[in-house]
Each structure stands twice: as structure tokens, then as C-alpha cells.
Design a protein around this ligand. Structure first.
Ligand SMILES: NC(=O)c1ccc[n+]([C@@H]2O[C@H](COP(=O)([O-])OP(=O)(O)OC[C@H]3O[C@@H](n4cnc5c(N)ncnc54)[C@H](O)[C@@H]3O)[C@@H](O)[C@H]2O)c1
Ligand SMILES: O=c1ccn([C@@H]2O[C@H](COP(=O)(O)OP(=O)(O)O[C@H]3O[C@H](CO)[C@H](O)[C@H](O)[C@H]3O)[C@@H](O)[C@H]2O)c(=O)[nH]1
Length: 326
């Protein structure tokens, strides 16, 4: 297929682009490089553009005869979304709406959208299935939930076929070490811990050890970015006009912050000093996916999402690119 990938110069998008191309699809990346890196595009055509530029998108979709869109472009810092909600609703909601309007205008009706665990807020029960009530606790989560709603309505009214893939914690890097995770500022646990191992930070601060979990630190479900990319590829094949797939993507195994740091110590052989700090606002105690619906619907399984494999791939990338894409 001929596919436009918004946010394809970012972390998850760049890995998905490689999977798409490997499977024989023709791909164009559309990115404003606000958080992404031109180098992450490798040899895939990169078009610099804004989600809000509807006319540019219509022209592009038409001229390249695009058949489907994968939509990764968004802002994704939970804390920043609380202090600057306007920025998040503008980019994530209005930006997505403009993209969908462009697709409608160009008669492109297939889309795979990056949603998030953050749409669930603080669910009482774990693991989290898709039937869990979606009650976000921050503007980032609301912005993604709003787009899910818009997609439902575009499916019903205009025949869009969509998949909203709710990722848990994306992590790891490509096995060949060519691309990896480089967020600026970095807020994600694994890259921060590995920056300590590289000597770029003195220590990692653990955000709270008084959670109702076995060791008191927060539990998350880490899924390898290549497993996420594979699920996107399979979702693309299963889009149906007028219908929406809403699927959790996680490994189904939870690791505490303390366990993640311990695995990073084992993989890197570095002592990785850690100190206890205060809770980070808005962190739920435990988020673990029930991804059985995605497994059945997509005929998909995680292959690289055991934590030592995730950390080893990330460590490979960080060692080879100590300054990221700089
Ligand atoms: N990383 C995770 O653990 C995680 C978890 C759940 C959901 N998600 C979602 O997955 C998607 C990708 O996340 P990521 O970690 O790769 O983020 P990222 O910041 O690395 O990538 C986002 C990309 O979108 C681009 N972009 C942002 N706004 C744009 C705009 N208006 N026009 C054009 N391009 C724009 C950025 O330049 C960047 O290249 C996001 O939608 C995020 O909300 C990520
Ligand atoms: O320096 C750090 C960084 C993180 N953590 C902890 O490590 C865990 C994982 O934190 P991340 O920031 O790596 O990931 P989050 O679970 O907060 O975020 C993930 O889920 C969010 C929604 O909940 C967004 O989708 C986001 O993009 C995605 O990475 C959390 O308990 C956090 O408190 C620390 O203790 N110290």
C-alpha cells in the first residue's frame, strides 16, 4: 500500500516506518520535527509539514495516491499537558481533526491511530481490558480519548475504517541499532536509567516507594517498539470501512521501577545509583495490559518484550549513539 506516516521521524513512528517498508509498502513521512529527528527517517522520504496544514495534506494525499495513514504525530508529555493543556488540545485534537478532514477531502479513509493507556486514567482493576471505563486524569489522556471519539464519528458518518491502538509503555530499540529512543527532554524511565549507566547522569530518582505494590514502586507494562510496529502492520490489514478497532498493546507483564533498574544493572554491568524521591503527580500505581483482544484480532504476539531483551536493545542503541541523533 501507499502509506503516509505522520510523526514518522519520532520514536515509535520511525520503527513502524521500517516495518512497513520491510513488508513492501511505499511510505512517506510527514513530520514537523518539533520532537522528531530527520536522521530517524533514514532513507524514507520525509516531508516537512504541520498537521494543521490541511491543504498541504490534501495535495500530498492526492499527488502520491496515498491509500492509508498511520498517525503518530502528537505531543506526549503528561506533566506538560497539565501545565499547558492548550498546547495539547491544539496539537493532538485540532491537529488530528485537520488531518482527518484532509483525508476526507482526498478520499482516504483508512487510518491507524496512536492512542494510549492514559485514556484509562487510574483503573481500579489490573490487567486492563478494552472494556475498562476510559476516565483520563490529565489533558494528554483526554486529548487521545477525544480523537478516538472523532474517529468513531468519522467511521459512522463517512465510512472511515480505523484502528486506535492503546499502547502501554513503548520501549527498546531496533535490533540492528540504527534507530532508537531520543526524546528531548527525556522523561521515560529506561532511557534515563541507561543515561546513568553511560555516565551522563549521576543517578536516577525513583518517583515514590509508597505505592500499594510489592516493593512500593510503580508497576508498568513495557512493550518493545518492534512488537508495537508489527501490531500496526497487522492492524492496517484488518481495517474495514465504517468500523473501528480499539486494542490494547502491551506485554501483559508488569515490572516495578525498582525491577527495571535492577534489570538495567544486570544488562549494563553498571551499578546505576538510585535515590528515592517524591511521587510524580498523576502516576497511577500499576498499569498492566490485557492484550488478549489484540492477540486474537491481529493474530499477533509479542516477540521481543521480555524486559532483558528490551533493555539490551535500548542499551545497544544508547551505547552506539550516546548523544542520540545529535
Ligand atoms: N512512547 C510511548 O510510550 C507512548 C505510549 C502511548 C502512546 N504513545 C503515542 O505514540 C505516538 C508516538 O509517540 P513517540 O514516543 O514516538 O513520540 P515522539 O515525540 O518521538 O514522536 C512524535 C512525532 O510527531 C511529530 N509531530 C508532533 N506534532 C506534529 C505536528 N503538529 N505536525 C507534524 N508532526 C508533528 C514530532 O516531531 C515527532 O517526530 C504519540 O501519538 C504518543 O502519544 C506513545
Ligand atoms: O526518572 C524517572 C522516570 C520515571 N519513573 C517512573 O517510571 C515509571 C514509568 O515512567 P515513564 O515516564 O517511562 O512512563 P509512563 O508510564 O509515565 O508513561 C507512559 O504512559 C503515559 C500514559 O500514562 C504516556 O503514554 C507516555 O508516553 C508513556 O511512556 C513511572 O512509574 C514513573 O514514575 C521514575 O521513577 N523515575
Amino acid at each position: 500500500m501507499r502509506i503516509l506516516v505522520t510523526g514518522g521521524a519520532g520514536y515509535v513512528g520511525s520503527h513502524a516506518v521500517r516495518h512497513l517498508r520491510h513488508a513492501g509498502h511505499q511510505v512517506w513521512i510527514y513530520d514537523n520535527l518539533s520532537c522528531g529527528h530527520a536522521a530517524a527517517a533514514l532513507d524514507t522520504p520525509l516531508i516537512l509539514g504541520e498537521l494543521s496544514d490541511t491543504q498541504k495534506l490534501v495535495d500530498l494525499l492526492r499527488s502520491q495516491q496515498v491509500e492509508a495513514v498511520m498517525h503518530f504525530a502528537a505531543f506526549a508529555l503528561v506533566g506538560e499537558s497539565v501545565t499547558n493543556p492548550s498546547k495539547y488540545y491544539e496539537n493532538n485534537v485540532v491537529g488530528s481533526l485537520r488531518l482527518l478532514q484532509a483525508m476526507h477531502g482526498a478520499d482516504v479513509r483508512k487510518i491507524v491511530f496512536s492512542s494510549t493507556t492514559a485514556t484509562y486514567g487510574e483503573p481500579a482493576k489490573s490487567p486492563i481490558a478494552e472494556t475498562t471505563l476510559q476516565q483520563p486524569i490529565n489533558p494528554y489522556g483526554f486529548s487521545k480519548l477525544m480523537v478516538e471519539q472523532i474517529l468513531d464519528d468519522f467511521a459512522a458518518a463517512y465510512g472511515f475504517g480505523f484502528a486506535a491502538l492503546r499502547y502501554f509503555n513503548a520501549s527498546g530499540a531496533a535490533a540492528d541499532g540504527l534507530i532508537g529512543e531520543d526524546h528531548r527532554p527525556e522523561s521515560h524511565l529506561i532511557p534515563i536509567v541507561l543515561q546513568v549507566a553511560l555516565g551522563q547522569r549521576d543517578r536516577v530518582t525513583i518517583f515514590g516507594d509508597d505505592y500499594p505494590t510489592p516493593d512500593g514502586t510503580c508497576i508498568r507494562d513495557y512493550i518493545h517498539v518492534d512488537d508495537l510496529a508489527e501490531a500496526h502492520l497487522r492492524a492496517l490489514d484488518r481495517l474495514q470501512p465504517g468500523k473501528g478497532l480499539k486494542l490494547n498493546l502491551g506485554s501483559g507483564t508488569g515490572y516495578s521501577v525498582q525491577q527495571v533498574i535492577d534489570v538495567c544493572r544486570q544488562v549494563t554491568g553498571h551499578p546505576i545509583p538510585a535515590m528515592m524521591g517524591a511521587r510524580r503527580a498523576g502516576d497511577p500505581p500499576a498499569l498492566v495490559a490485557d492484550s488478549s483482544l489484540a492477540q486474537r484480532t491481529l493474530d499477533w504476539q509479542c516477540r521481543y518484550s521480555d524486559l532483558p531483551t528490551i533493555v539490551a536493545s535500548a542499551w545497544n542503541w544508547h551505547q552506539a549513539h550516546p548523544r542520540g541523533y545529535a
